[in-house]
Design a protein around this ligand. Structure first.
Ligand code: GTR
Length: 328
């Protein structure tokens, strides 16, 4: 009897040891997070994610790292967003633009002229409204980790210098894949073609579209300026960039690791925004040197007034709109 008790005791002891080692191994198992971005490795958004990876690596002695796939290696934005939802990609840095098709509340930051300035935009996304919007992505398969800077988006085209809304009439513009932008362009008297970013250059060169719209760094790095040299700074959009983490991956991580990832993302935000401001100034100079005609002085009021029907279409977002506009 005594012998049996001893054998059972030893058996349980050994099993305990095995379990303890097992869970310890799990804790120490390296975690390699896969991140996707449409931009090249030296673009500010990618620099932000690389920074996040450096911080995680440092804080965990190399246990958590981020493998960054830049330049659309894992697909166009819409596809990478879907892959993150499925847990195939762990981190996607994308424009909020296409995400609004999945998380409708996010459309509020994609409304034309919703932000008065870059500072207004940062104040909103860094405050309670930004946090509440980030929480909205959780019901759709993501964890929202933060907002990167993306400045203002304006129209550019292959045909002529646009100085007023009249000049836009009947022109064809590529927009990001979201109905809001189609409505925006229609309200201005032009027509919109939603299209993946990677298809825009060819569509501009072959005349499928007359123009597109973006910030200076994207207009430069996509080489769209080579074929569409007229840029009019009407600043109709200030859609921020967003860092989305796959919820499928997130739910497998320990609370400690989740905390570290949130912290690393938060610390990468000011770094990205600083790189962003530098790049905007550099891009502007390069574009001017390349002979682009950049019209910086334009009366925006008629553009703003023309957006009333777009706001009417998104009246569901009214409470968010009012709160954003009330942020001073
Ligand atoms: C850029 C943005 C990209 C992508 C692109 C586009 O400004 O950084 O993420 O959304 O615009 O127009 O598709």
């Amino acid at each position: 009897m005594k012998r049996i008790t001893l054998v059972i005791f030893v058996l349980f002891f050994c099993m305990g040891l095995v379990f303890a080692t097992g869970s310890k191994e799990k804790e120490n198992k390296p975690i390699v997070l896969k991140a996707a971005d449409t931009h090249a490795i030296d673009y500010p958004t990618v620099l932000g994610i690389l920074k996040m990876g450096d911080l995680l690596k440092e804080w965990t002695d190399g246990r958590i790292t981020i493998e960054v796939y830049a330049s659309k290696q894992l697909g166009e934005e819409k596809e990478t967003i879907e892959q993150a939802q499925m847990g195939v990609i762990d981190i996607v840095r994308v424009s909020v633009g296409p995400v609004g098709e999945i998380v409708p509340e996010l459309n509020v930051v994609s409304l034309p002229y919703i932000f008065r300035s870059e500072d207004h935009c940062y104040k909103v996304v860094d405050g309670p409204i930004g946090n509440e919007l980030l929480a909205k992505v959780e019901a759709h398969g993501f964890i929202g980790l933060g907002w990167y800077g993306s400045g203002q988006r304006s129209f550019y085209n292959t045909k002529k210098a646009i100085r007023s809304m009249e000049d836009l009439q009947g022109m064809k513009f590529r927009v990001m894949q979201n109905e809001v932008f189609v409505n925006m362009v229609s309200a201005l008297g032009a027509s919109a073609t939603p299209m993946a970013y990677g298809e825009v250059y060819t569509s501009l060169s072959t005349g499928v579209i007359d123009g597109a719209e973006n910030n200076f760094p994207s207009y430069l790095t996509s080489s769209h300026y080579e074929v569409a040299k007229y840029y009019t700074q009407d600043e109709h959009l200030r859609v921020p960039e967003i860092i989305l983490f796959s919820r499928k991956t997130w739910d497998r991580l320990s609370p400690e690791d989740q905390k570290l990832i949130k912290k690393a993302a938060a610390e990468s935000v000011p770094y990205q925004r600083n790189e962003w401001s530098k790049m905007v100034a550099e891009a502007f100079k390069k574009l001017e040197d390349a002979g682009c005609e950049i019209i910086t002085e334009i009366d925006k009021q008629p553009f703003i007034d023309a957006m009333a029907p777009v706001y009417a279409k998104y009246s569901d977002l009214k409470p968010w709109i009012d709160r954003i506009q009330a942020v001073k």
